[in-house]
Design a protein around this ligand. Structure first.
Ligand code: NDP
Length: 283
C-alpha cells in the first residue's frame, strides 16, 4: 500500500495561523531582524519568504542587508546593536556567511535569548540538558510533522541520517526526549542500509540527492526527508528516492512541500516564544 504523504505546507500553514492568532492578541508586535550578508541567490529567496511570512503573521520584521565585503567586526557591531535593541526579540543571521567571516564568532555573538535559530552554544547546551531553550527550527519542524501525522514515538526505533549541528544533533535530542531509541548515522557508518531498515522513524538529513532507496525502508516506517538538493537533471529532490519510498513507508514527507515550509513556521514560533519570555511570559 502506498504511504500516506505528510503535507508540510498544510501543517506549516496551520502553525503560522496559530502563531498569527497569538500575535494578534498581544499588546505589542514581536520584532524579528534577519541579517543577510552578500547576495547568495538561494538565501535571497529564503530570506524573502521569511520576511513575507513574518509580516503576514503580524510581526515587526525587517531584513538588514550588508554587502558581501562587510568586515567581520562590522557585522559583530550590528549584532551587538540588535542584542541591545529592546524592539528586537529575535535575531537571525542568514548562513552561509562569506568565507572571510568566522561563522562561529557571529553565531556566538547573538544573545541566547534572541537566538531564534537556536544555534548558539548556550541553546545547544540547554537542549542537551533538557532545559528550556530556543530549539533549532528545522528539527523542531520535524517533530511537529511527526506529531501531526500521529506517529507513535515512545519506544520507537528512530534513525537520524546526518550529525550536523543544525539538524542531526538537535534531532537526536528531540527524539530522545520524545522517548525514542535513537541511532545517529553519518558518513563513517557501516552498512547504512541495514541501519535504516531497523527504523520505525527515519529522518534523512545528509544532503545527498535520493541516497535513501526504497528497499532501505522498513515496511510502514515514518520517513521525514530534510534534504533539499538539485538532482543532475535540475529537479529539486530530497535525500530519499520518493517514488520508490512511497511503496515501502507508512508515512512520508515530499520534497518540496515537506520539511521546508516548517522551518519558516518554526522561526515565527520561536520569535513569539522569545518575545514572550523576554517579557516574563510563556514557557
Ligand atoms: P551538513 O552537510 O552539515 O551535514 C550532512 C551530514 O550528513 C553529515 O553529518 C555527514 O556526515 C552526513 N553525510 C553526508 N554524506 C553522507 C553519506 N554518503 N552517508 C552517510 N552520511 C552522510 O548538512 P545539513 O545538516 O546542514 O543539511 C542536510 C540536508 O538538509 C541538506 O540537503 C540541506 O539542504 C537540508 N536542509 C534543509 C532544511 C530545510 O529547511 N528543509 C534546513 C537545513 C538543511 P559526516 O558528519 O560524517 O560528514
Amino acid at each position: 500500500m502506498a504511504a500516506r504523504v505528510i503535507d508540510g505546507k498544510a501543517v506549516a500553514g496551520r502553525l503560522r495561523g496559530r502563531v498569527a492568532a497569538r500575535v494578534a492578541a498581544l499588546p505589542f508586535r514581536p520584532g524579528l531582524r534577519v541579517v543577510r550578508v552578500g547576495d547568495d541567490p538561494a538565501s535571497g529567496v529564503y530570506v524573502r519568504n521569511k520576511d513575507r511570512a513574518a509580516l503576514a503573521a503580524g510581526f515587526d520584521s525587517a531584513t538588514l542587508r550588508l554587502p558581501a565585503d562587510t568586515a567581520e567586526a562590522a557585522l559583530l557591531d550590528l549584532v551587538g546593536e540588535l542584542n541591545e535593541d529592546p524592539a528586537v526579540d529575535g535575531i537571525l543571521v542568514q548562513l552561509p556567511l562569506p568565507p572571510h567571516i568566522r561563522q562561529e564568532a557571529v553565531v556566538d555573538a547573538v544573545r541566547p535569548d534572541k537566538d531564534v535559530d537556536g544555534f548558539h552554544p548556550v541553546n545547544a547546551g540547554l537542549l542537551s540538558t533538557r532545559q528550556r531553550s530556543l530549539v533549532p527550527c528545522t528539527p523542531k519542524g520535524v517533530m511537529h510533522l511527526l506529531r501531526e501525522a500521529g506517529v507513535a514515538l515512545p519506544g520507537a526505533r528512530a534513525v537520524v541520517l546526518g550529525r550536523s549541528q543544525i539538524v542531526g544533533r538537535p534531532m537526536l535530542q528531540l527524539l530522545l526526549d520524545a522517548d525514542c531509541t535513537v541511532t545517529v548515522a553519518h558518513s563513517r557508518t557501516r552498512d547504512l542500509r541495514a541501519e535504516c531498515r531497523r527504523a520505525d522513524v527515519l529522518i534523512a538529513a545528509v544532503g545527498r540527492p535520493e541516497m535513501v532507496r526504497g528497499d532501505w525502508i522498513a515496511p510502514g516506517a515514518a520517513v521525514i526527508d530534510v534534504g533539499i538538493n538539485r538532482s543532475p537533471d535540475g529537479r529539486l529532490v530530497g535525500d530519499v528516492a520518493f517514488a520508490e519510498a512511497v511503496g515501502h513507508a507508512g508515512a512520508i514527507t515530499p520534497v518540496p512541500g515537506g520539511v521546508g515550509p516548517m522551518t519558516i513556521a518554526c522561526l515565527l514560533e520561536n520569535t513569539l516564544i522569545a518575545a514572550l519570555r523576554r517579557r516574563g511570559e510563556g514557557s
